[in-house]
Write a protein that binds this ligand. Structure first.
Ligand code: PLP
Length: 410
């Protein structure tokens, strides 16, 4: 098969399966085009995107402003590396610090790289300021966490499928139940340098901690001189109805991780952000990235921030998310055991005794909606934040029909 134009869906899928590592199990749809909230497959079918590339495409596919920022920058300067200053990076960093309330940023590309950066910073900070004995620093994390796929990061995952066969892992992490303040209290020792946590667990199944928990966490961390580092790679940039999920409860964390939507859906842009005294542990040569913070990334990151502000994406997410959640809750179906979410980050639990979340996703695909299950039981709804209310209503109608048809098929 060489001529793409003549290929069938089956041929595209077979070719991917033949030449690619099988580390994903995609829905059987071959995408060829995207625009805004819409995606088209190789047969010309149109779908509403209710995944947004795991929240990376919050601005919608090929968003005009993001695209123009990329094209303009491509006319001027591409990737000179951080061996030199550029006219774009400082502007991006200043904007991002202003938006988050953090004092400094360290630009990387993927989310996992930002998390690795945070781990390095937290440990070095612990040795330098808390006098933790060499190689004894501990970072507390939570059961059900998802922070990326590097060997260090999967080393502290509690999901066996992420870890199996990839050890040995070096340790340095303690895992506690999510949303449990007593467990955190017990876990903190003299060797604890940081608590690394997601404000809402995304891959873990859209798990929302008890109200007031993050505030308590901040108080506890401050009292024990432990850095509170929040992974907002999925929840940040308006997704949960605030610019950042921490803003539902606290002024700011000590460290913050951003990625996904920061790249406007078209380019990997991530960052570790922190207070001055934390970021100052890095000196020349201690960390870096060839592509991190390049002018293209900076131009796109800058435009993503401007979009977030100008288009009031957080407010939209708040209002439309509440509407989506209320409408989903109003559906009476024996298959659904729970609906929860914040902003346009909503999870629907499917009764595993009846069917799988995957089955619901495949049926939604046939009704023109693309979304993806997380674990076996949760259907995740996360459309671009630019979506209009009428399209959410259309999607809800399809969901009603799919749940009814699935019930009838059992
Ligand atoms: C996606 C994600 C990551 C990893 O980001 P990559 O760009 O895939 O490396 C880390 N943390 C959270 C919370 C995420 O959702």
């Amino acid at each position: 098969m060489t001529n793409n134009a003549l290929a069938t869906t089956r041929e595209y899928i077979d070719r991917e399966n033949k030449y690619l590592a099988q580390n994903y199990s995609p829905l059987p749809v071959v995408l060829t085009r995207g625009s805004g909230i819409w995606l088209w497959d190789s047969d010309g079918n149109k779908y509403m995107d209710f995944l947004s590339a795991y929240s990376a495409v919050s601005a919608g596919h090929l968003n005009k402003r993001i695209k123009d920022a990329l094209l303009n920058q491509l006319e001027i300067l591409d990737v000179p590396s951080r061996a030199f200053y550029t006219d774009r990076l400082g502007e991006f960093a200043e904007m991002l610090c202003g938006l988050t309330g953090m004092e400094k940023m360290l630009p990387m590309n993927t989310g996992a790289e930002a998390v690795e950066t945070a781990i390095k910073a937290a440990r070095r900070w612990g040795y330098a300021t808390k006098r933790i004995p060499e190689n004894q620093a501990k970072i507390i994390v939570c059961d059900g966490n998802f922070h990326g796929r590097t060997t260090t990061i999967v080393g502290f995952s509690t999901d066996e499928e992420y870890r199996r066969g990839f050890g040995p892992f070096d340790g340095g992490f303690d895992s506690i139940p999510y949303g449990n303040i007593e467990a955190l209290k017990k876990a903190i020792t003299k060797e604890t340098c940081a608590f690394l946590v997601e404000p809402i667990q995304g891959e873990g199944g859209i798990i929302i901690p008890p109200s007031g928990w993050l505030k308590q966490v901040q108080t506890l961390c401050r009292r024990n001189n432990v850095l509170l580092i929040l992974d907002e790679i999925q929840t940040g940039m308006g997704r949960t109805g605030k610019n950042f999920a921490f803003q539902h409860e606290i002024d700011k964390p000590d460290g913050l991780l951003l990625g996904k939507a920061l790249g406007g859906g078209i380019y990997p842009v991530s960052a570790f952000m922190a207070r001055d005294d934390v970021m100052d542990v890095f000196d020349p040569g201690s960390h870096g990235s060839t592509f991190g913070g390049n002018p293209i990334a900076a131009a796109i990151g800058l435009e993503s921030i401007r979009m977030l502000k100008d288009e009031k994406l957080a407010e939209r997410s708040h209002e439309l998310g509440n509407h989506l959640k209320e409408q989903l809750m109003a559906i009476t179906s024996s298959l659904v055991t729970d609906v929860r979410g914040m902003g346009l980050m909503v999870g629907m639990d499917i009764d595993p005794g009846k069917t799988t979340a995957r089955n619901v996703c495949e049926r939604l695909q046939h009704k023109g909606i693309l979304c993806k299950e997380t674990h076996d039981t949760v259907v995740r709804f996360a459309p671009p934040l630019t979506i209009e209310k009428e399209y959410i209503d259309w999607a809800i109608q399809q969901m009603r029909v799919v749940l009814k048809e699935t019930e009838e098929s059992l």
